[in-house]
Design a protein around this ligand. Structure first.
Ligand code: AMP
Length: 192
């Protein structure tokens, strides 16, 4: 199965993707992780996107589509989980074209529904926990960048809900439920 996890920053996409990787041998394709990796390894592309990411804005469609294309050519195992991609209608169209080109299909897009107030708390906590554990704190996990990230979500990514609904591929789960409950809801969708 190939699925998309949709939802604003802090909705729990990464957490849930990690669980599916562990349990279902799926492959998590997080463009955010790929971009952070490019920054850490100091590639030209990584340097180019750093400031944009720190502000909380989206990087260009061209860059993320290129990253995804490379990964789709790799092993598929239990299927792909797109986490944080697509984030624009152009990316959604590109994904569809890429999958068709490779004889693959997208099964569904699962929306993790949450309230904005919760997102701010979750992200501020994520930063605090990382700091306490001596792990690097994401440069965009602060309130100012989060505001921009949320606005980017509403302006550019939320139209994808209508897009996948129209294609009869949209599923919804309550992202405010306990982690294990969210996980069970997602697995029930995959098994249905
Ligand atoms: P994330 O880890 O998914 O929250 O992504 C962190 C940041 O990486 C975002 O705020 C964007 O700057 C950038 N990014 C990640 N995925 C995408 C995407 N699909 N399109 C554009 N920018 C992205």
């Amino acid at each position: 199965m190939n699925i998309i996890l949709l939802g604003p920053p802090g909705a729990g996409k990464g957490t849930q993707a990690a669980r599916l990787v562990e349990d279902r041998d799926m492959i998590q394709l997080s463009t955010g992780d790929m971009l952070r990796e490019a920054r850490t390894s100091g590639t030209e592309m990584g340097k180019k996107v750093a400031a944009v990411m720190d502000r909380g804005e989206l990087v260009t469609d061209e860059i993320v589509i290129g990253l995804i294309r490379e990964k789709l050519e790799g092993p598929e195992k239990g299927g792909f989980i797109f986490d944080g991609f697509p984030r624009t209608l152009a990316q959604a169209d590109a994904l569809e074209a890429l999958m068709a080109e490779m004889g693959k299909k997208l099964d569904c897009a699962i929306e993790l529904r949450v309230r904005d107030e919760v997102l701010v708390d979750r992200i501020v906590n994520r930063a605090k926990e990382a700091a306490a554990a001596g792990k690097p704190v994401r440069a965009d996990d602060n309130e100012e960048s989060l505001k921009v990230r949320l606005m980017e979500y509403y302006k550019k990514t939320s139209p994808l809900l209508g897009y996948y609904h129209a294609k009869d591929k949209l599923k919804r789960v309550d992202g405010l439920a306990e982690m294990a409950v969210v996980e069970a809801s997602i697995k029930a969708i995959l098994d249905s």
